[in-house]
Design a protein around this ligand. Structure first.
Ligand SMILES: [Zn+2]
Length: 149
């Protein structure tokens, strides 16, 4: 098996100087070679440090992740597993970009202002419930033949 060096992975991550065929070859290789996956991951981390806008990198990363999942596992497209994956990726972005932190602080402030809370559900539980009901909704629409074309 022909391996790719760090320089190649850097170009791949930065979207530079690679033909479509080369990118395909590298993508395929990435799914089958652990050593190259490590090179790739370290290049992703390095490129994230370089990017002036963190959000752009994260959005792109999640986008690539979702596109790759859809391309390589088409049979999973309609399955709820993919929806869970997308939800997880979205949550990850929220956590990393600090939106989560702001949200948590806001909810905490509200809780402090109303000390007599009937139930002391934790924020993560509330968030989990929201996510689950959201996923249920998607699942229902999916079963009805909707949501995705
Ligand atoms: Zn390799």
């Amino acid at each position: 098996m022909k391996h790719f060096d760090s320089e190649h992975w850097q170009r791949y991550v930065r979207n530079e100087e690679l033909s479509a065929a080369q990118r395909d070859e590298m993508e395929w290789h990435l799914q089958h070679c652990e050593a190259c996956l490590e090179h790739y991951m370290s290049q992703v981390e390095a490129s994230m440090d370089d990017l002036p806008m963190m959000e752009t990198g994260e959005a792109e990363f999640a986008d690539q992740l979702i596109r790759r999942t859809m391309r390589t596992r088409r049979s999973l497209f309609r399955s709820s597993l993919l929806h869970y994956g997308i939800a997880a990726a979205a949550t990850l972005i929220l956590v990393v970009s600090g939106v989560f932190q702001g949200l948590t602080q806001e909810v905490n402030a509200k809780m402090l202002n109303s000390p007599r809370q009937p139930d002391q559900t934790s924020i993560s539980d509330q968030l989990m419930n929201h996510t689950l009901s959201w996923l249920d909704k998607i699942k229902k629409e999916d079963d009805n033949g909707g949501f995705f074309p």
